[in-house]
Write a protein that binds this ligand. Structure first.
Ligand code: BG6
Length: 467
């Protein structure tokens, strides 16, 4: 590729506290909603009992091994690491009067280590978890009280880390509550639509309050939102399918529309009316929402199709995102359809809509890696996936889209969010641990490690044209 990515473009990877850290009760940490999901976001909620097993209790032991891992990221040339703070390390119950000092100290050490290697942190305030006590005692985000508890937590971490962290995100995949309310917002899975949207509203207000607090406390920082980019294409050019596609895309775009524009889009009025929903929106909420984000970020793994045809609609109901498989695309071993051109498309689409800088904060291939006879991992499939997606990012930049950076998901193998598997591997770095928790936790560079290093070094010039 003759194109070079801009010098300011950030290159790196993304991880989340509950999928890497382990040490789930260390140094005063409280239990989080993730700690009762031993089978992942798609599995059952299981009450904790003594000596039970949750693979995330150790995860990949990033809690202790972060110096080694960050050194490996630096070796690849990372200029950015996206990570999350576990809210329950800072406020173990969510409603504690004072923050937990040991939890605050831990992230001081992490940010110092990143600084040592000139890696800029991009920090998510809440990535698929919240203190369990808030889910149990308040009903999660269904309660308006959680807004001020979150704001307090956000202010504490902005004050504490503001000198080192200049890029922030509020909620990971804020639209996920539509699909998995417990993971997204600590609400019961069978929550009714009225409560679900009220909880989402509370979260949107809390996100805007965090934006305000960030601007006040760290004037030279930027803060963005984070959406699961669930881009859908019409299954056919039938106008009914076009309309259906617009409706389904608005389900996730609603979040960006509010977080970027500062108010509910007009199409939601009809939707709420049809669903019989009346939200409790205060004057303070309306004012708070006006604190809009500085940039837009999203995760990108796949695209899908929408249709009104009942036969296809039935197929769509079988997956979490309710998307119909695109006959032109292949899928990963987990059925996630691979669409590199879709990444160029969504970048252009979001830039046309918002005219704000965009950040791709997750993208990657979950695959089963097998060690060859020399004990090495030749993950050419991962190289191909990432090459093809990054090539399309380059195309989008040339289309005129302002892209701040790219942090691929799971630069080191970690626990899968949806299924809690270790065997669904995303990393450039292999971690010796299986789904049952066996293994030494030893780290090993895969073939893709050297490949990514070369891509970063060449600022994308070494990317191959994909076809
Ligand atoms: C995103 C989440 O939805 O997808 C991550 O933000 C998650 O936490 C990633 O790990 C990949 O999903 P999975 O289920 O393969 O881990």
């Amino acid at each position: 590729m003759s194109f070079r990515f801009p010098d300011t473009f950030l290159w790196g990877g993304a991880i989340a506290a509950n999928q890497v850290e382990g040490s789930h009760t260390a140094d005063g940490k409280g239990l989080s909603t993730s700690d009762i999901q031993p089978m992942g976001a798609m599995g059952a909620l299981v009450e904790r009992v003594a000596n039970d097993f949750n693979i995330k209790d150790v995860a990949i032991d990033f809690y202790h091994r972060y110096p080694e891992d960050i050194a490996l990221f630096a070796e690849m040339g990372f200029t950015c690491l996206r990570l999350s703070i576990a809210w329950s390390r800072i406020f173990p119950n969510g409603d504690d009067a004072q923050p937990n000092q040991a939890g605050l100290d831990y992230y001081d050490r992490i940010f110092a280590e990143l600084e040592k290697h000139n890696i800029q942190p991009l920090v998510t305030l809440s990535h698929y978890e919240m203190p369990l006590n808030l889910a149990n005692e308040y009903g999660g985000w269904a309660s308006r009280d959680v807004i001020s508890l979150f704001e307090k937590y956000a202010r504490v971490v902005f004050e504490r880390y503001g000198n080192k962290v200049k890029r922030w995100l509020t909620f990971n995949e804020i639209n996920v509550t539509l699909h998995e309310p417990f993971t997204g917002s600590g609400m019961a899975r069978d929550v009714d639509e009225q409560t679900r949207y009220q909880g989402i509203h509370h979260q949107l207000v809390a996100s805007a309050k965090a934006v305000k607090a960030c601007h006040e406390i760290i004037p030279d920082a930027v803060i963005g939102n984070m959406m699961l980019g669930a881009m859908q294409y019409p299954f056919t050019p039938n106008p009914d399918d076009m309309m259906q596609t617009l409706t389904q895309n608005r389900e996730w775009l609603m979040f960006g529309d509010i977080q970027v524009r500062g108010y509910y889009p007009s199409y939601m009025t009809r939707k709420f009316k049809e669903l019989g929903i009346t939200l409790d929106i205060t004057q303070d909420d309306i004012e708070s929402l006006k604190n809009t984000v500085d940039f837009v970020s999203f995760s990108y793994y796949m695209t899908g199709c929408a249709s009104t045809d009942p036969e296809h609609a039935e197929q769509a109901n079988a997956n979490m995102l309710k998307m119909i498989a695109n006959p032109y695309l292949k899928a990963s071993e987990w059925g996630w359809q691979i669409d590199p051109v879709g990444l160029r498309y969504i970048l252009n689409f979001l830039y046309d809509r918002y005219q704000l800088p965009l950040f791709i904060v997750e993208n990657g291939l979950g695959a089963k890696d097998v060690l060859n006879e020399n004990g090495e991992i030749e993950d050419d499939y991962r190289i191909q996936y990432l090459n093809d997606h990054l090539f399309q990012v380059g195309e989008a930049i040339q289309d005129g889209v302002e892209v701040m950076g790219y942090t691929c998901w799971g630069p080191i193998d970690l626990v899968s969010a949806s299924t809690a598997q270790m065997s669904k591997r995303y990393g450039f770095i292999y971690v010796d641990r299986d789904d049952e928790g066996n293994g030494t936790l030893e780290r090993k560079r895969k073939k893709s490690f050297g490949w990514y290093k070369e891509i970063i070094q060449s600022k994308g010039e070494k990317l191959k044209v994909n076809n």
